[in-house]
Design a protein. Sequence first.
Length: 148
Amino acid sequence: MSQEEFDGSYFYAKELQAFAKTLGITVGNLKKNELELHIKAHLFGYSGELPVAVPNRKNSAARDLLTLDTLVVNYISDKKTKSFLLAAVEQQFGALADKSGQWYWLNHWRKQCIGEGKTITYGDLVAHLASLKKKARTAAADPISQNE
């Protein structure tokens, strides 16, 4: 398969994971697009920077204490954590409407910070979640507004 064929083909995440394992690539918790980059590097010599999987927590470690000053070390994305973050956002910034994808983008930002070696607190997560909730939707990102 050529790189053009690979780029022009659609693969399910499970298929990419299985294929990557046959190539000896550690899948971990890489996202689909990140896994594609690793496969390209292996097959076609892709020379860009490859993403590194960032685990949410250390194996068998206790969850972080949920306070604004606590460093994010062993993050658990569950109802308890989300309720804490939402309550802190409302307390500091008032009632803000939920946005589609806010948890995905918050986790993406958290993993990016940790991957870059930055230390962040749950207060930083609260501030970033508030900024995500405040972002205005653009017409390009909102198919409903395009039809009006």
